[in-house]
Design a protein around this ligand. Structure first.
Ligand code: CTP
Ligand code: MG
Length: 230
């Protein structure tokens, strides 16, 4: 079985409130998206990469980096899950049903190579697949619409889902289609797999693998990247 990568990069980054989509903001001299791609490029164990871009994306053509011509692009959709589904349809032309697909957010540029290695090593013989995640550290509060505490959520057993999320191609495509058919909201690949009755595995990662979401995440990502790359 081969291993493929899908990078959903078709979002508009509303919470970042920047002049351009957050995947194109600069981090240490290159875009967030280039950093996120770089973890998978020139790896012998990755057969190919597909990026889902907004249909009106004018930033991708302006990027210049080594290996760009080997990356396939597809049009993303109005939701992340639709972007992923479009990329899966493209991948179905190239890959075998049992091949692995790693879906990794364009907005996660600080993935550790050791966490990626660990995910691949842990899951490579798994029938379903799984995700990187980290245990929740803080005390969780449910807050009412009025901005006061409604209750405290027991933290035990709660984890934060990250990406990459690694699943068998045909199973994931089917699970996503099923979720769309039933109108279930799908915020990550694992949730679609769960709805389909599969039990995804969890591999513990690190908090470095943050999803760039708000302006204050950028300097933190720069700090983390400067440590990761040396
Ligand atoms: N994404 C996508 N297609 C969409 C929405 C999101 O491919 N229709 C991608 C984003 O580009 C990002 C990843 O999914 O790499 C995670 O989504 P998120 O962090 O929510 O990014 P945005 O949707 O762009 O940000 P926001 O929710 O703040 O608008
Ligand atoms: Mg979003």
């Amino acid at each position: 079985t081969r291993c493929w990568v899908i990078i959903p990069a078709a979002g508009t980054g509303q919470r970042m409130r920047a002049a351009l989509p957050k995947q194109y903001l600069p981090l240490l001299g290159r875009s967030v998206l280039e950093h996120s791609l770089s973890h998978f490029m020139s790896r012998q164990d990755i057969a190919g990469i597909i990026v889902a871009l907004a249909p009106d994306d004018s930033y991708w053509p302006a990027l210049e980096f080594l290996g760009k011509s080997s990356i396939r692009c597809v049009a993303g959709g109005p939701e992340r899950a639709v972007s992923v589904r479009n990329a899966l349809r493209e991948l179905a032309q190239l890959a075998a049903p049992d091949d692995w697909v790693l879906v990794h957010d364009a907005a996660r540029p600080c993935l550790r190579a050791s966490d990626l290695d660990n995910l691949l090593d842990t899951l490579h013989e798994h029938p379903i697949g799984g995700i990187l995640a980290i245990p929740v550290r803080d005390t969780l509060k449910r807050v009412s619409a009025e901005g006061v505490i409604a209750d405290t959520v027991v933290r035990e057993g709660l984890w934060l889902a990250q990406t990459p999320q690694m699943f068998r191609l045909a199973m994931l495509a089917e699970a996503l289609d099923q979720a769309f058919t039933f109108g279930h909201p799908v915020t990550d690949e694992a949730s679609a797999m769960e709805l389909a009755g599969h039990v995804p595995c969890v591999v513990e990662g690190h908090s470095d693998n943050l999803k760039i979401t708000r302006p204050e995440d950028l300097p933190l990502a720069e700090f983390l990247l400067s440590g990761l790359n040396c």
